[in-house]
Design a protein around this ligand. Structure first.
Ligand code: NAP
Length: 260
C-alpha cells in the first residue's frame, strides 16, 4: 500500500508547529513515522507534537532556527538520538510578510531570503550526513505556486525564494543521487492555515472562487503529496515538482472561470 514504507522512518519537518508543516507531520505520523516537529518557539512545537502523541503516534518537539547552521546540525543530531537517524527531511519552514517593492527595505528582503531559501539549504546541508546513512534518504521541499508559476503584488521577495528553492533542488538532486537520496518539491496553492483562517470567511470565499475545484487546500493535502515523494514507490523520482492547488493556476482569465 502506498505510504506503507514510511512506517518506522525518522522524519524531520521544519516549521511544523503550525500550518502546512503541522499537517505534513500529522500525515507522516499517521503512517507510522517518528516525527521531529521543528520550529523556533518550543512551546508551540511541543503543543503540535503533543497533539500527535495524544493520538498514540510518535513525535517529539525541537526548537531550532533554520537560518542558523548550528541549530540545523543540532536538529539532525536530535532526530538521530531520539529516532535512530534521519530518513526524510521536509524543508517546510517559511515566512511571507506582504510588502511592495517601494516599501521593502534591503533588510526585509534579506530576512525572507535567509528563512525560505538559505534556510532550505542549511536544513539540507545539516541532514545530508544522516540521510546518506539511511540508504533511501528523501528530501521534500515546500515551495509554492507563487514565484515559480504565478505572481502576487507584495510578494516579490517571497516569490524569488520559492523559485530559488527549485533552482537549488535541481542541482541538489544531482549531487545527492549517488547516495540514493531524492530531492523533490511540493508547490501548494492557497492552503487553509491558522493564519489564513484569521482573515475571515469572506476573504476565504473570494480566494476559493478562483480555484476550479472550488475550495482552498487543506494542510493534509500537502502532507499527502510530501508522503508520496517520501515513499519507497517514488524511489525513481527526483528533481521534480508537484503542484497541489485545486487547478488554481489553470484558468487563463476570469472569463474562463465564469464559463465553468
Ligand atoms: P505558517 O502557518 O506561518 O507556519 C510557519 C512555520 O514555520 C511555523 O511552524 C514557524 O514556527 C516556522 N518558522 C518560521 N520561521 C522559522 C525559522 N526561521 N526557523 C524555524 N522555523 C520557522 O506558514 P504556512 O502557511 O504553513 O507555510 C509553510 C510553508 O508552506 C512555507 O514554506 C510557505 O512558503 C509554504 N506555502 C504556504 C502556502 C499557504 O497557502 N499557506 C502556500 C504556498 C506555500 P516558529 O515561528 O515558531 O519558528
Amino acid at each position: 500500500m502506498l505510504g506503507e514504507s514510511i512506517k518506522g522512518k525518522s522524519v524531520i519537518v521544519t516549521g511544523a508547529s503550525k500550518g502546512i508543516g503541522k499537517g505534513i507531520a500529522r500525515v507522516f505520523a499517521r503512517h507510522g513515522a517518528k516525527v521531529l516537529v521543528v520550529g523556533r518557539n518550543l512551546a508551540a512545537a511541543e503543543a503540535a507534537a503533543g497533539e500527535i502523541t495524544g493520538m498514540g503516534l510518535v513525535a517529539s518537539a525541537f526548537s531550532a532556527d533554520v537560518t542558523r547552521l548550528p541549530d540545523m546540525e543540532a536538529m539532525a543530531t536530535a532526530a538521530a538520538e531520539r529516532h535512530g537517524g534521519v530518513d526524510v527531511l521536509c524543508a517546510n519552514a517559511g515566512m511571507f510578510p506582504q510588502m511592495k517593492i517601494e516599501e521593502m527595505s534591503p533588510e526585509a528582503w534579506d530576512e525572507v531570503q535567509a528563512t525560505n531559501l538559505k534556510g532550505t539549504f542549511l536544513a539540507v546541508k545539516a541532514c545530508v550526513p544522516l540521510l546518506r546513512k539511511s540508504g533511501e534518504g528523501r528530501i521534500v521541499i515546500t515551495s509554492s505556486i507563487t514565484g515559480p508559476v504565478t505572481g502576487f503584488p507584495g510578494w516579490s521577495h517571497y516569490g524569488a525564494t520559492k523559485a530559488g528553492q527549485l533552482g537549488f533542488m535541481r542541482t541538489a538532486c544531482m549531487e545527492l543521487a549517488k547516495f540514493g537520496i531524492t530531492v523533490n518539491a511540493v508547490m501548494p496553492g492557497n492552503v487553509v492555515t491558522e493564519g489564513l483562517a484569521g482573515l475571515g470567511e469572506d476573504y476565504m470565499k473570494g480566494m476559493a472562487a478562483a480555484v476550479p475545484l472550488g475550495t482552498l487546500g487543506d494542510v493534509e493535502d500537502i502532507g499527502h503529496a510530501a508522503l508520496f515523494f517520501a515513499s519507497r514507490e517514488a524511489r525513481y523520482i527526483t528533481g521534480q515538482t508537484l503542484i497541489v492547488d485545486g487547478g488554481q493556476i489553470l484558468p487563463e482569465s476570469q472569463d474562463a472561470l465564469s464559463q465553468m
